[in-house]
Design a protein around this ligand. Structure first.
Ligand SMILES: [Zn+2]
Length: 351
């Protein structure tokens, strides 16, 4: 693997000025950056306030919400008091169903009597998960990872007991929404933002691209420092999310360039989208090559964790790591580079 020339590295035009809790920073006229805390190793999420006018009323479109927690609600109250210039929230756009993005959508839309705008797939899945109709974690996840070779009983027990992960962070969903689809154009405050679908991270993730100012609200699909999580989950055990993610990156590369201002959900706003896409493609190709090499003898997804992740993992990180390990195996399996063997209820993959 060759490293990229220094001239092609990402640039961070706002690195000196991150928003304080409950405050915002204007990045472009009418585009403001907020940050909310998260109780994970990944300790923050970026949210966006867009100056907007709907039906003659001037106010704001919010992009993403934060988890439902007392500190996040308090931070929003500070934003309402100090950052909205006395104007109302007119709509809430959500990129995808993960708790840090959609958690407070129910509260924000009720408080401002406005609609949630979101893809139908993510709205449906989030609504099921928030009502406990689809458990994220718990016994189904433990059985899925056990079938992929995870044997550590302490970890499996912790996963079995973690049944309230989603409902704890997303206790409700708004009862109605406005559907966003790939190619839809939202007129927001004098700018046209085109919806760009992305797959592999969430069921139907929506990013927003403003071609006129070359700004891309990436959500979790293009992050500057960490690679987007792509996991095979227990409720969709034959999925191929890494292929979906790589296909999505190809599509993004036709829309964006290295001058595009990318607004990611985690980390700093950056320029260098094509460089970042190339880095991510290279990262996954390298991981895939390592997995193929290791599969000279039959391997489970759990066997490959030390190959793919060189650092210690807590239970939360381990669930992501297992999902990612299966995702790499599945791409190679679907590509015909590996075979899958059912070894008495445990899946092993071999060349
Ligand atoms: Zn996400």
């Amino acid at each position: 693997m060759t490293s990229l020339p220094a001239a092609d590295a990402l640039s961070y035009p706002y690195a000196q000025t991150q928003p304080a809790r409950g405050a915002s920073i204007e990045l472009l006229p009418g585009v403001r950056w907020l940050r909310m805390g998260l109780p994970f190793a990944l300790d923050h999420i970026n949210l966006w306030l867009l100056d907007d006018t709907i039906d003659g009323v001037r106010g704001w479109t919010l992009v993403d919400c934060g988890i439902d927690s007392a500190p996040t609600r308090e931070a929003w109250e500070q934003v309402f008091a100090a950052e909205l210039q006395g104007r109302p929230v007119l709509r809430v756009v959500v990129t995808h169903m993960h708790p840090d993005h959609v958690g407070l959508a129910h509260w924000l839309t009720a408080r401002w009597n406005c609609l949630l705008w979101m893809s139908a797939t993510d709205y449906a899945v989030a609504s099921m998960a928030a009502r406990g109709c689809m458990t994220i974690g718990g016994e189904p996840m433990a059985a899925h990872f056990a079938a992929h070779g995870l044997r550590d009983e302490t970890v499996l027990q912790a996963i079995r007991q973690r049944t309230d992960y989603y409902t704890g962070l997303v206790p409700a969903m708004p009862p109605r929404f406005r559907r966003l689809q790939h190619g839809d154009v939202l007129r927001i405050g004098g700018r046209d933002w085109r919806c760009v679908v992305g797959f592999g991270h969430a069921p139907e993730h929506i990013s927003l691209h403003c071609a006129q100012d070359d700004v891309f609200i990436a959500g979790d699909m293009l992050l500057p420092r960490i690679s987007t999580n792509v996991s095979v989950n227990d409720n969709e055990p034959l999925s191929n999310p890494l292929q979906q993610f790589l296909d999505s990156l190809e599509r993004f590369a036709t829309l964006l360039d290295n001058g595009t201002l990318v607004l990611p959900s985690h980390g700093l706003p950056f320029r260098g989208a094509l460089t970042r896409i190339a880095q991510l493609q290279q990262h996954h190709q390298q991981r895939l090559a390592e997995v193929v090499a290791a599969c000279a003898s039959a391997q489970t997804a759990a066997d490959l964790l030390p190959v793919l992740f060189k650092r210690p993992l807590d239970v939360h990180q381990l669930t992501f790591a297992m999902g990612e390990s299966i995702a790499h195996l599945h791409k190679l399996w679907f590509d015909g580079q590996l075979r899958r063997i059912d070894d008495g209820g445990v899946y092993r993959f071999v060349r």
